[in-house]
Design a protein around this ligand. Structure first.
Ligand SMILES: [Zn+2]
Length: 236
């Protein structure tokens, strides 16, 4: 199973290549990380907490949708930490709004490498007044992807792409490239039934994997042998 995962990651990295933020950055504990509202949230630019919470929860559902990874993000309410704090608490990704250098930058993510935590800034100059909900949610999913440890990908299906993409403002579901990235960072050590397709999972149950085709051929051979012997007995 491990070889299969490694091979599939190797193959997809040849074709597209998810990229890591820093080789040494990862969440301290991918099973305990909570995404929280920063202490300031986005109220200064008129976005109610409920809107950020909705986008955080959609982002969590998006990134948790890979059972091959142990990543299990949870919503954690409001953090005591502000976006301007120099340190971000362990096991937190905090999300809020701040003015970024250009309106072409929709959001940004910064890392506390020692704590394995991150902050996500949504650009308050873009997301103010009448803004696109889909863009707000899509940007948050992308920035949380950075917070998890992924950099930009060349795969147009990936939410981490930085160029023309195949999904518009907001992807509907996670791409294989994004899954490969988080499986690389946070593999699930538990065996996943059906990872290689539900057809093969039955063959792996109970010890040594069996060869389905060999079983089938042997089955036919024994069936004919039995029929042959049975005929001989009847003839007597
Ligand atoms: Zn980005």
């Amino acid at each position: 199973m491990k070889i299969l995962i490694l091979l599939s990651i190797f193959y997809s990295s040849l074709s597209f290549g998810f990229v890591l933020i820093y080789p040494k950055y990862e969440l301290r504990d991918a099973t305990k990380t909570k995404i929280k509202l920063s202490s300031e949230g986005c109220t200064a630019n008129g976005i109610p907490d409920s809107k950020i919470v909705e986008a955080i929860k959609i982002s969590i559902d998006f990134w948790n949708d890979a059972p091959e990874s142990r990543l299990n993000l949870k919503y954690g309410g409001r953090s005591s930490a502000s976006l301007t704090d120099s340190r971000i608490p362990v096991n937190e990704i905090i999300v809020g709004c701040a003015s970024l250098p250009s309106i072409n930058i929709l959001g940004s993510a910064e890392h506390d490498r020692d704590n394995g935590s991150a902050r996500v800034k949504m650009n308050s100059d873009v997301y103010t007044g009448s803004y696109s909900d889909a863009s707000f949610i899509g940007t948050m999913i992308h920035e949380i992807g950075h917070g998890i440890g992924l950099a930009h990908s060349k795969d147009a299906a990936s939410v981490m792409t930085y160029s023309a993409n195949g999904w518009g403002d907001r992807p509907k579901y996670i791409s294989q490239d994004d899954v490969d990235g988080i499986v690389y960072l946070y593999p699930n050590e538990k065996e996943i039934g059906g990872l290689a397709g539900s057809c093969s999972s039955f063959a792996n149950e109970g010890g040594k994997p069996k060869n389905f085709y060999l079983d089938a051929i042997l089955g036919f051979v024994f069936m004919f042998l039995f029929a042959f012997v049975f005929k001989k007995i009847i003839k007597r």
